[in-house]
Design a protein around this ligand. Structure first.
Ligand SMILES: [Zn+2]
Length: 283
């Protein structure tokens, strides 16, 4: 085989590999303008920006990596007491393990969104494996909860070319974050998480927290839970109302969808709702 052909094949393979990895730049400051994702809520509320009579400032409150039975119920209880709705970026394999927990998120009126099927870094996945992962996540999350997915956040906030394109093909908005608590770290405390989220928070910011420990340090969700009330109180004290990324109806379904029902464990349909990173590294 002649040398130039080998060189050409190597160059082509290298170009493909670079192309596949490029959307990962969305997660770093230098790449944000190239690969635009939603980090802030700006422009989501039309007209006078009032929602339900609440003050104009809004921030997005999001939880990744769940649901885990027990942990998610503690968050749902705390959010109900605080009268806050949020967006839960759930993982398909976690939903498969705890489908009832996923349904409780929707029944409580929170928005459910997608965080992949297996919590793997997309830079380590081939294009076919990535597409399969997102398809499995979509089918599992929608199949178990009846909720329509409108938002996607990849594990660790890292896209590859396949997840970048497939998310758009599925009609999902690509969402990252503007503030985080680094709450997966073993050394994180409720006070440290609160401080990291609150220092520099601005109107419209999307906040990233975690309601599960499967991909974090042991006991991490309890530390996050301990920071939740202080964060919400301080946000309100600064005139920012926390809420989901997308606007949801009282029974947790995205506004504008017709599906007002939640599938029950026995396959029947109930009237909807009431009456959302490798150990020790990023999300
Ligand atoms: Zn995650």
């Amino acid at each position: 085989m002649n040398v130039s052909r080998v060189r050409a094949a190597t160059a082509a393979a290298a170009a493909l590999a670079v192309g596949h990895a490029l959307p990962a730049l969305a997660a770093v400051p230098g790449g944000r303008s190239l690969f635009r994702t939603t980090r802030r809520l700006n422009g989501r509320v039309g007209g006078d920006s009032r929602v339900d009579g609440r003050p104009p400032g809004r921030v997005g409150l999001t939880f990744d990596d769940g649901p885990e039975t027990g942990a998610v119920d503690s968050f749902l209880e705390a959010l109900e007491e605080l009268d806050v709705k949020a967006t839960f970026f759930v993982v398909g394999e976690q939903v498969r393990r705890s489908p009832d927990a996923a349904r409780r998120i929707v029944e409580a009126g929170h928005e459910i969104a997608c965080h992949g099927y297996r919590h793997l870094n997309h830079l380590r996945l081939t294009p076919p494996a990535t597409i399969r992962d997102l398809r499995d996540a979509r089918d599992t999350i929608t199949g178990e909860t009846g909720a329509e997915i409108r938002h996607f956040r990849p594990p660790y906030g890292v896209f590859n070319a396949a997840s970048w394109v497939t998310a758009a093909r599925f009609g999902w908005e690509r969402v990252l974050w503007a503030r985080w608590g680094r709450d997966w770290e073993q050394a994180a405390t409720p006070e440290l998480i609160r401080h990291r989220v609150m220092s520099g928070v601005r109107d419209g910011d999307i906040i990233l927290l975690h309601d599960a420990e499967a991909y974090s340090s042991s006991g991490s969700w309890r530390r996050t839970l301990g920071a939740l009330e202080p964060i919400v109180s301080e946000l309100r004290g600064r005139g920012f109302e926390p809420g989901p990324v997308g606007l949801v109806s009282p029974n947790g379904h995205p506004l504008g969808t017709t599906n007002g029902t939640v599938p029950s464990a026995n396959g029947g349909r109930l009237a909807g709702g009431g009456g959302h990173e490798a150990k020790g590294t990023a999300s």
